[in-house]
Design a protein around this ligand. Structure first.
Ligand code: NDP
Length: 482
């Protein structure tokens, strides 16, 4: 087998140019084989500072364009992405190890949808006029300036697009740091935006690990930080951003409940549990990893789930037939295996799956688990589903909410009023009824509690990349007491 290669023109993209990093070497590996596919270099502290300074210098002219002109550039970038989707999906598969079957439909296409959506919104972003008798006031919705974007490795290109699209359309500039595990997609986005006509300095990419991210968050030019990552990283980044009173969006982890009532459509609920736990080898923040099954449906559900999971096709991610790929890296695979071993040791019943081999961990289902087991409490970020049994509605609501996380939740039932009642009582930012893990750009996405704050996608995202200026307009004279 020939070794795939994905070497970019250079490691960083600053002020409209590819430039080589001056920091430590960064080898990019294909998760399927562990073989290097690109050799990059991290950004030095001076290069992070340069990227932020150039972004700061370029931003006012970008913000001064008519919104429709900014939107047009984003729309052009979306069209380029869709034209090159096959080539981009292949790169995403090499970077992440996710099956080509997924990257063709989920990753760049979702990024393109964000660019298209915010391009269309551009011309509608206005302030308000506030009548005050003869005087009046108005608000201006203004950009924040330079926004830092920091991404996780599970959806690298989608994350870059979801952050860049609302930021840029509002007239901000962005410096983006992808995860060091998956640095390639953001560079492609920079290249495509430039080709679409984005002025130099408006979208920049720096590479590196946590220290590079920390340098970016602390840069004096940065007005806002949008992070997708784990809760511990979120705490650190939020605290660092507070030093400069910077705005934040935090898209963090979860341990979301998927609640299946006795009256649910069994086949659809099982499909949803598969999508909610095993897509992208389970490396999805919003996964419904605590599957609460009502006593009447439990056995039939677990039997059918085990039967369907046996049909999984693990293997070469570039093979169109593969629907379950490798884990991102050996360290993460070891962590997942530890969680699986912990579940077995704690006495949960392993219905199917298990440790797997090498880079692959098969879809794994635990049943007869209890809420206090680590497999039912901690985010595993791998293909591990924990089934829990419940009797009635109020009990399952209490148990579903007994977690620090609050990213997502799902309910399967045919009872219309119960579906809405239960969803209203669940502490989660993104919910589904008789569906799971669908995140169209039209719908706000984000978490509550430890899972984060702020929203991505939809018009709601604009609020997190803009600030209001209030302007009072005096129409008469001014009286003073002396
Ligand atoms: P991490 O929290 O480890 O890292 C996220 C990003 O933050 C990476 O780019 C990382 O750099 C960077 N980083 C680490 N430390 C710092 C720091 N001190 N200052 C600034 N940046 C820093 O997450 P993972 O990449 O491991 O991703 C998995 C996590 O992301 C899971 O918890 C998952 O739930 C969550 N996630 C949340 C999503 C959401 O939308 N809510 C979506 C996807 C994932 P590097 O890794 O390169 O060292």
């Amino acid at each position: 087998m020939s070794r795939p290669q994905a070497q970019p023109a250079a490691s960083l993209f600053i002020d409209g140019q590819f430039v080589e990093g001056e920091g430590a070497a960064l080898t990019v590996r294909y998760p399927f084989t562990g073989q290097p596919i690109a050799e990059l270099r991290e950004a030095s502290p001076a290069q992070v500072a340069t990227a932020c300074a150039r972004a700061r210098a370029a931003q006012p002219a970008w913000a001064a364009l008519a919104p429709v002109e900014r939107g047009r550039i984003l729309a052009r970038a979306a069209a380029i992405i869709l034209e090159r989707n096959e080539e981009l999906a292949r790169l995403e598969t090499l970077d992440t190890g996710k099956p080509i079957q997924e990257t063709l439909v989920a990753d760049w296409p979702s990024g393109a949808a964000a660019l298209e959506y915010f391009a269309g919104l551009a011309a509608t972003l206005t302030g308000h006029m506030i009548p005050l008798g003869t005087d009046w006031a108005y608000t201006r919705r203004e950009p924040l300036g330079v926004c830092a974007g920091i991404g996780a490795w599970n959806y690298p290109s989608q994350i870059a697009c979801w952050k860049a699209a609302p930021a840029l359309v509002m007239g901000n500039a962005m410096v983006f740091k992808p995860s060091e595990e998956t640095p390639l997609g953001a560079l492609k986005l920079a290249e495509i935006l430039a080709e679409a006509g984005l002025p130099a300095g408006i979208f920049n990419v720096v590479q590196g690990g946590g220290q590079v991210g920390a340098a970016l968050v602390a840069d004096p030019h940065v007005a806002k930080v949008s992070l997708t990552g784990s809760v511990p990283t979120g705490r650190r980044v939020y605290a660092a951003a507070a030093e400069g009173m910077r705005h934040v969006t935090m898209e963090l982890g979860g341990k979301s409940p998927l609640i299946v009532f006795d009256d649910a459509n069994l086949e659809h609920a099982v499909s949803a549990a598969i999508l909610a736990n095993f897509y992208s080898s389970g490396q999805i923040c919003s996964n419904g990893t605590r599957v609460f099954l009502q006593t009447g449906i439990r056995d039939a559900f677990l039997d059918r789930l085990a039967e369907r999971v046996r049909r999984v096709q693990m293997g070469d991610p570039l093979d169109p037939a593969t629907n379950h790929g490798p884990i991102i890296n050996p360290t993460q695979a070891a962590r997942i295996r530890e969680a699986i071993a912990g579940g077995i040791a704690a006495g949960a019943r392993l219905v199917c799956g298990g440790a797997g081999e090498g880079a692959f961990i098969p879809p794994t289902v635990f049943a007869d688990a209890s809420d206090d087991m680590a497999i039912a409490r901690d985010e595993i970020f791998g293909p591990v589903l924990t089934a829990l049994t419940f009797h009635d509605e109020s009990e399952v609501i209490t148990r579903a909410n007994s977690t620090g996380f609050g990213l997502a939740a799902g309910v399967f039932t045919r009872d219309l009023t119960r579906a809405h009642r239960v969803i209203a009582a669940l502490e989660a930012g993104t919910c589904w009824i008789n569906a799971y893990n669908l995140t169209p750009v039209e719908m706000p996405f984000g978490g509550v509690k430890l899972s984060g704050l702020g929203r991505e996608n939809s018009a709601a995202a604009i609020e997190h990349y803009s600030q209001l200026k209030s302007v009072y307009v005096g129409m008469g004279g001014v009286d003073a007491p002396y």
